[in-house]
Design a protein around this ligand. Sequence first.
Ligand code: GLN
Length: 488
Amino acid sequence: MELAKLTITNAVRGLRAGRFSAVDLVASCREAIAARNADLAAFLEIFEDAEEAASTADHTRKELGDLSPPLLGIPLAIKDNICIVGKTASAGSRMLENYRAPYSATVIERLQRVGAIFLGRTNMDEFAMGSSTEHSAFRPTKNPHDPTRVPGGSSGGSAAAVSADMCLGALGSDTGGSIRQPASFCGIVGFKPSYGAVSRHGLIAMASSLDQIGPMTKSVADAKLLFHTIAGKDSFDATLREVALPVGDPEVYPRAMDIRIGVPREFFGEGLDPEVSTAIRAVLDRLREAGAVIEEISLTHASLALPAYYIIAPAEISSNLARFDGIRYGHRAADAENLAAIYTRSRSSGFGSEVKRRIMLGTYTLSAGYYDAYYRRAEFARRRIAWDFNEAFRSVDVIVGPTTPTPAFVLGTRTEDPLAMYLADIYTVGANLAGLPALSLPVGTVPSGTARLPVGLQLIGKRFADADLLDIAEMIEAMLVLPHSASS
Ligand code: GLN
């Protein structure tokens, strides 16, 4: 079981030194999965071909020796909305329960090219709509830190799999917080790259102007490794830009005293759990002691982020999900007597209630007469939000605050109240609307009954300065493991 607990970075060292093989790593992950997946429901499916891929990787390593790419033989988990040719990609929905991907996502091809291994597909909120993984059409995932609580969502399965050491790292997708919020709830690193840094080709689309694939890992160094492999131009996604990649050399990392940190006062307002606030402020104090400049800033339109997101995302959802009509893709109702009935019955029985709610909201806000009142105004708010971030970045290098207003909540407590569920994304949606890179870093735990629950610090960076953001995050991560006195 122990090997599965390794970070990717340490596993790479062990593989290189010949201390263990990729086959050993996969076996260790399998053991952890066998021990905990029945309870946690992190994976929807375990791929049978992982062992074979591992022994191929071991063989390749013998041939290539020191030239082996770092990720050769590293077992990863993949969110169920990222296509792998020949395998099911259900997006957590009955609609695509039996859908087999006819091609692989660009991120998958890139990882496969360097010999990474896919252990299985992870549970998620249906079509990535949700913040708890309870909207999965199959079953809810549980939080490994406290199984009475949610792991967050929508990439809750990936977060739980990494947190429970069932894999070494995972991919998630983030449209409004779906990588960072579950990472925060499960105590792992979750990185949403800049919009346009990682190809969306082969990601089952939710809201195309916001979606981004990113790594979920046990350390920032691991997130860098995965990002390094999946980022970069791709002819299948016209939004991509070549971004600077992290160098991975600790000598050139920023030191705390060289960075200016902006702390938006809007991220510490009403609704923030006092324990979370204290934990985040303690990290800021340590950074200040270490010499960082901490500046209170204002993101004046921050309160518009959630309302704007919940107009823009459903609008794009209503158009993206129109393709699931019972004809071209997925589930088709058996008893329909004509074409109109195929559409309505297939969509009625194939989609869950949250997906239907979003499609209806989106269709409404885009319809004649309402477009100007809702969609246009939300787009206007989106520009103001992006503008606020740009202004802030004139005086600070990074913007920091809590990833989520509360630690992981108890299963079943928000499923009947969509607004309470949406509030879990209040600090994360802004980065998606503005296209900025953002990362959740585990910075400690807070007491909750008999358990302790993880707290995540969110760091938001300048657009396409993903490498700088990762470097700053790694510096903070290193500072937090040092004894307190050594940090100044
Ligand atoms: N929880 C948010 C939503 O339900 C974000 C989802 C996501 O990032 N995919 O829309």
